[in-house]
Structure formats: structure tokens, C-alpha cells
Design a protein around this ligand. Structure first.
Ligand code: TXA
Ligand code: MG
Length: 337
């Protein structure tokens, strides 16, 4: 595996050219986007896509997001481009919003996990955009971690998780948004939010019209809203518990922490200033707005994993639509297998 440093604002065209050549050869190249690092392959190369699933240990039912440089490249992959797509693309691209639309025949079924629709997005990162332009290919890229692990926000995370099995990692430092893009299904009568991102869904609704959103209920028998929206996902190695502000929850957190520590385990705490359980490693969110918290969330959880803690207590984020993405990732990380 080659680890190549590249400037986040002005990527060296020679480095980008080498990564583009690797993609054209069918290689696996991890690269930064504004959300998290992606593990890219040529979306039209079925053998490369197949290898990508294997390396990630990703279930074949979980479709991939295809990254493109601009709107025309996105439209070349889909058979319909409704008004809502045009408005969302104008408002948010390049940016952390993925649009799901009926796919054209040349998009391999493997990319969409057999679904008739494909997820597309234009990422807002100079390195990702330079790479897309240099290879002139659609790049299928899931987050560059093994399936169900935390997504990487730094090249080091990628190297640790997948370094032995991929060709190249472009290292441009920490990503900015910090959690994955919002995924919006535009194949139905109304836009449906399949996965919230860091963007307040109210801002998406202002552009796309009223949004449907049904978070998958792990106890319900109903089919999952999006294939691959597995309940346990985006998870650190440690057990993670979100602690609400009710007395019962606080008491349980104290008990859990004491129990784990009595057995010699290390406990970490991540809080907004309102969770005072005694722990071994404590971090408070510096920024208290949803975007600021999303930016550092995975990075902090990765650091706790590095510190080999057994239990992570996270103070529940505030209510409010802007927190939907952070709450979603926390509850997935907390879900038991
Ligand atoms: O921010 C992001 O979206 C990052 C960066 C690398 O772009 N990518 C990412 O990919 O998070 P991944 O594979 O980890 O998550 C893709 C999500 C999955 O939840 C998948 O189910 C959904 O997007 N998705 C992709 N294509 C879909 C489709 N055709 N229909 C429904 N859901 C789809
Ligand atoms: Mg992922």
C-alpha cells in the first residue's frame, strides 16, 4: 500500500494523476471527501467493485454511493432527473448530499446491490474533485472502513483498518464534516431521507419539499427502509451507551461505569458538560452546535478505541432536527448486535 500525502486545498496534480491511474487499472484507492474518507474504485469495473465488497467485508445487499465531478456526470448515470434533484444539486453540490435515482443500464447491478436505483453525489473536497476529473470515471466509494466499523475521518484510520489490502491512500488530513452524507431517495412520490447527515433536514426540506423519514425500528418486522442501513453500524470496538438526562439513566450510567472499572476495564466519557460520571478518559465537546459535534464525533470515538476503553458513555445530544444525524450515528453505534 502506498500512502501519499497531498495538500487538502491544492492537491499536487502528479500525485492525483498516480491515483487516477491506479483507479483506471482497477485498483482500490482511499481518498478524502468532506464527510469521511472513501474507498474508491472505478464504478464501471465490475471486478474492482467485487473486490471492494470483499475487502470491506461488506454484505452484497448494501449498495454503494457513486461519486461524480458534476451534475452532467451524475445525469449520465440515471434515467430520470426530477425537479427535486435539480434543486437539491443546485443547493448542495458539491456537498454532503447523496441522491438516489433510477439507474441507467450501464451502471453495474453490483454497485446498487441489485436495486434499480443508484446513489450519486458530488463531493466537496478538492482532492476528491481533482481525482474525479483526472480519471474521468464515476468512482464508487463507501466509507473506507470494514463493514460495521467506525468510518474514517483521517488517513491513519484507513491505514489501520484496510492498509494491508488496498493499493493507495491519499492523506489530506482530517475531514471537515465528520459524518457521512445525507442520503435522499428521489424515486418515490415524495423525497425520502434514508440516512440523515450533518445537514439539518429542515434545510433539505426547504429545497426539496416535505421529506419522509422513517428510521428503521430494530424491533419492528417491517422491511428496512434502505438496504444496508444495518442497525449496528458506525460502531467503535467499545460498548457505547448514550446517557439521557433522566435520573434513572444517570444512575444506570454510574452503575455501569463502576462495574466495568471494578473489573479492570477502562471507561470513557464524551459529554456536553452535563454528565459527571467518574471515568478514566473524559472529553467534552468544544463546539456545542450540531455541525461542530459531527466534525469531531468519529475522531473522538477512534481515539477512545486507541485508548482501548471497554465502555464509552456519551451524553445524549439535544433534541432538534439539526441533531438528527448525530443522534442517528450514536444510536447505531450503541445498538447491540
Ligand atoms: O459521506 C458519504 O456518503 C461517504 C463518502 C465516502 O462519500 N460514503 C458512505 O458510503 O458513507 P457508505 O457505503 O458507507 O454508505 C452508503 C449509504 C448506505 O447506507 C447505503 O444503503 C445507501 O448509502 N445507499 C447507497 N446507494 C443506495 C441506493 N441505490 N438505494 C438506497 N440506499 C443507498
Ligand atoms: Mg460506511
Amino acid at each position: 500500500m502506498e500512502l501519499l500525502r497531498v495538500d487538502a486545498r491544492e492537491p499536487d496534480p502528479i500525485v492525483i494523476g498516480r491515483a487516477a491511474d491506479e483507479l483506471k487499472r482497477g485498483g482500490l484507492v482511499a481518498f478524502p471527501t468532506e464527510t469521511v474518507y472513501g474507498l474508491g474504485v472505478n464504478a464501471l469495473d465490475e471486478r474492482a467493485v467485487e473486490r471492494l465488497y470483499r475487502v470491506k467485508r461488506r454484505p452484497a445487499v448494501n449498495p454503494l454511493i457513486v461519486h461524480v465531478a458534476d451534475v452532467p456526470a451524475a445525469r449520465a448515470l440515471v434515467t430520470r432527473w426530477p425537479d427535486a434533484a435539480e434543486r437539491l444539486a443546485n443547493a448542495f453540490w458539491p456537498g454532503p448530499v447523496t441522491l438516489v435515482l433510477p439507474k441507467r443500464a450501464h451502471v453495474p447491478d453490483l454497485v446498487t446491490a441489485g436495486l434499480p436505483a443508484v446513489g450519486v453525489r458530488v463531493p466537496a473536497h478538492p482532492v476528491a474533485l481533482a481525482l474525479l476529473r483526472a480519471c474521468a470515471l464515476p468512482i464508487a466509494a463507501p466509507s473506507a472502513n470494514r463493514s460495521t466499523e467506525l468510518s474514517p475521518t483521517r488517513a491513519e484510520h484507513v491505514v489501520k483498518s484496510l492498509g494491508d489490502e488496498i493499493e493507495m491512500v491519499l492523506d489530506a488530513g482530517a475531514t471537515d464534516v465528520g459524518i457521512e452524507s445525507a442520503v435522499i431517495d428521489l424515486t418515490g412520490a415524495r423525497p425520502r431521507l434514508l440516512r440523515p447527515g450533518a445537514l439539518d433536514p429542515r434545510r433539505i426540506a426547504e429545497v426539496a419539499g416535505e421529506l419522509e423519514f422513517t428510521r428503521h425500528d430494530p424491533d419492528a418486522d417491517a422491511p428496512r427502509v434502505s438496504p444496508g442501513m444495518m442497525e449496528r453500524h458506525y460502531a467503535p470496538r467499545a460498548r457505547l451507551v448514550v446517557v439521557g438526562h433522566r435520573l434513572g439513566e444517570l444512575a444506570r450510567a454510574h452503575e455501569l461505569a463502576a462495574l466495568v472499572r471494578a473489573r479492570g476495564g477502562r471507561v470513557a466519557r464524551l459529554d456536553f458538560g452535563g454528565l459527571r460520571v467518574e471515568v478514566d478518559v473524559a472529553r467534552s465537546f468544544a463546539a456545542q452546535d450540531a455541525e461542530g459535534v459531527a466534525r469531531v464525533l468519529y475522531d473522538t470515538l477512534h481515539a477512545f478505541d486507541e485508548a482501548q476503553v471497554a465502555l464509552i458513555l456519551v451524553e445524549a445530544p439535544p433534541e432538534g432536527t439539526e441533531w438528527l444525524g448525530v443522534r442517528d450515528r450514536l444510536s447505531r453505534a450503541a445498538a447491540s448486535e
